[in-house]
Ligand binder design. Structure first.
Ligand SMILES: [Mg+2]
Length: 247
């Protein structure tokens, strides 16, 4: 298959996994605010609004960090209640119209055009709990059905554990294997870059979220774009890259 692809004959399958926050979606602080809203609903002032950096982190890690810093015990019952409250507050804030919640430049067109490319599957690889992730993409105009393969924040202990989850779901969905070299991770933080590198996935880093170009480059990103607004350039990179599979 790879030899055929290199010869310019049969295009190989490709899986493009988008991060959500800072990559497809600008939440204007609603995500953090929903965490604090939910914590205050459950614990009052005992839930402290610590200002640690959430970007690129998994929701379960963020919640446990808030709890730890607040000196509160996390039980399975509290976890369930918190997720429910967090989702409710996130929806309320997004729908309030008081925040600048929007898709990031070019992303709606990019996903739409990619979804029509032959043998390309689009998915999500994100730190969000699934209900929050689906709410975010839907709220800014994406059709959640376009994202066929998803790995969510509660699918593994760290972000680096998520690409194998996506790869397994690809197999479960299509009854065929996809090599990590055929997987592209599009993300805005050093954690996206690291999780791609951990599995030899391709990585497209964008500067629309949590990290600067210098930070992304220092983390090992080799392809960095200021944003995804130049759809032709992004598609050229993606579709050219599938003709150049590393041996
Ligand atoms: Mg992100």
């Amino acid at each position: 298959m790879h030899n055929a692809a290199r010869a310019g004959g049969i295009p190989s399958a490709m899986l493009v996994l988008f991060d959500i926050d800072g990559t497809l979606y600008h939440g204007d602080g609603t995500g953090r605010a929903a965490f604090v809203d939910a914590g205050r609903e459950l614990f009052g002032d005992r839930f402290l609004d610590h200002r640690f950096d959430l970007s690129g982190r998994l929701d379960p890690w963020i919640f446990s960090r808030f709890m730890e810093l607040s000196g509160l015990e996390l039980t399975p019952e509290i976890d369930t209640a918190f997720r429910d409250a967090c989702h409710r507050h996130l929806r309320r804030r997004i729908e309030s119209g008081q925040h600048d919640v929007r898709s990031l430049p070019g992303t709606i067109e990019l996903v739409e055009r990619l979804s029509r490319a032959p043998d390309v599957t689009i998915g999500l690889l994100t730190g969000n709990w699934e209900p929050n992730g689906r709410l975010k993409v839907q709220s800014v105009g994406f059709d959640p059905q376009q994202f066929r393969i998803c790995a969510w924040g509660n699918d593994g202990p760290t972000r680096n554990d998520l690409p194998p989850v996506a790869r397994q779901r690809y197999f479960d969905t299509f009854s065929r294997t996809i090599e990590f070299e055929r997987v592209v991770i599009v993300g805005d933080t050093i954690h996206d870059v690291a999780c791609a590198a951990a599995h030899n996935c391709r990585c497209l880093a964008v500067c629309t979220g949590g990290c600067t170009e210098a930070q992304l480059r220092e983390a090992g990103a080799t392809t960095i774009m200021s944003d995804l607004s130049d759809c032709d350039a992004v598609l050229d990179w993606l579709l050219d890259s599938r003709q150049a599979v590393p041996s």
